[in-house]
Design a protein around this ligand. Sequence first.
Ligand code: BGC
Ligand code: BGC
Length: 607
Amino acid sequence: MKIYKKVFPLIFFVAITVLTSGIGFFVLKNIMPGDDTLSARCWKEVAPYLDQNLSIQKRVDDLIGRMTEWEKIGQMALIEKNSIRDLGEITKYNLGALLSGGGAGPKAETPLAWLKMVNSFQSATKNTCLKIPLLYGIDAVHGHANVLGATVFPHAIGLGASHDADLVKRVASATAQEMAATGIYWSFSPNLDVAQDIRWGKTYETFGSNTENVAKLGVAYLQGVQDYSENYFKVLATAKHFIGGGSMQYGTARNKDFKVEEGNISLDEKSLRQVHLVPFQKAVENGAQVVMVGTATWNGKMNTSNYYLLTDVLKTELGFSGFVVSDWYGVYQVSNTRYDSLVKSINAGVDMVMTPFEYKDFMSNMQKALANGDISRERLDDAVRRILTAKFKIGLFDRPEVVQSGLSVIGSVQHRALAREAVRKSQVLLKNENLALPLSASLEKIIVAGSVADNLGRQAGGWTTEWQGIDGNYGVAGTTVLDAIKNAVAKNTKVEYNKQGNFSMGNNLADVGIAVVGEKPYAEGWGDDINPSLSAEDLETIKKVKEKSKKLIVIIISGRPLDIKKYINNWDGVVAAWLPGSEGAGVTDVLFGDYNFSGWLPAKWPL
Ligand code: BGC
Ligand code: BGC
């Protein structure tokens, strides 16, 4: 009895301990299903998937064979970095990819802060069983332009005007170098949309409205970004937005704040193919590894869930073997419930989901869909295989960790010289009466005015520092057009500037008046505009400059053709400068005749 009394509490204690730790283990196992970093399947230096001498296919086979369902699902998630509150979440959910949305960077946007931020996200994957590195994506659509001090190249519409594939390839390659220096190996670029309606706010993200030109420059861009000189692609490019967004009809936008973006394409299949498919076909033929499916609907059906477009056309007919990523929130716009939207999109052919926020929800809906048989395990494996293959192709498992010393390429002298070259090759001379241009650099007096003359933010446009761009001289290191004019003229030439065009010079006329006018920065959706044109303020400024000068040059800084029909008669010289970015001197290179104008219109300009 006595013994019993002694033993009983002991047994009780042991039983309780075993039970609670069992429950604890069970709970842990379910909250953190990937947390078995010591099991035999986990990372080991000698694992075949880490062996650079094996083929990519063998490495993928080995890796995928080690993965749990939970880990596979994690590889399909693309999460906006601001929704990660705690690095441990990356580990816990085995997340496969992060992105910086427009303007989403570290607090100080310096290159070093970017590098540290990306490295710290990567470090969280080191605590997972298989240590699969993250793909980190960003909209480096005209240079690595979220980063302070980066070279900001002309937006695609300007490159479109250059019609110069070699130039575009070099621009893309420089952009990729600046990205890679910060540890970012995935660009959401090139944009292969063929803009058919300049009222669309994304027009400037495109190479214009001509299918051939878009295809040619798109391929050049892709090759420049991916540059395979070191046994892996330098940076992964993304061909976007599949497909037809350039033909969305004005007024059909789903979002009531927009007019065109997220709208409907009403085209028959033959036209859709003729106008919009060719650039994607060429991109696939030239090594595209990622295609982003856009948020348009085609004849009422969302592209994101269109099996015919994604699987029959893109993957089967064109033979695309890379992965399809959905666009910002695109998957969840398919139907009323997230579950149903997800099932439809994944089954249609989406491989990676830019959720971009609710990853917990994404993970559990995927688990549920697999358990229910609404998404097959073959589809899961196919998607993951495509994603992992791309990760191997950019050497994610093999590249040395990025170090600070590489940051000097960002905004380097060479890159800025290249940007300047790109600017001058993209200038289009819209009107030149009485040989108004080129200007002599040794005139007595030049007056300069206009809302964009001294404004780097406007010169750079959207997707610069912030999603919708910035308005003013901060966030971009560069030369304004005004400064470029001052630098271009002879020592004795007087350059007088007044933004509004208020010059008090009595009856003395300046030799030349230059008005630098145009659009305020904008990006997708918010840039949809029923009648892209100059503001009343700009028109007023132009009028004043005209009154004070012997000849008037108007430089239009805009993401698209603007309606100037009513005014152009009064102007002597007119230049379409597009959104040149950081190097205003590219504009003056042609203005003062150091180089000839060589660009021509990438889209119709109604004159
Ligand atoms: C745009 C894409 C962009 C993505 C990520 C979307 O809204 O349509 O072009 O890559 O956001 O910023
Ligand atoms: C993000 C962009 C994204 C957009 C889509 C913004 O908040 O910064 O990257 O394209 O939302 O609506």
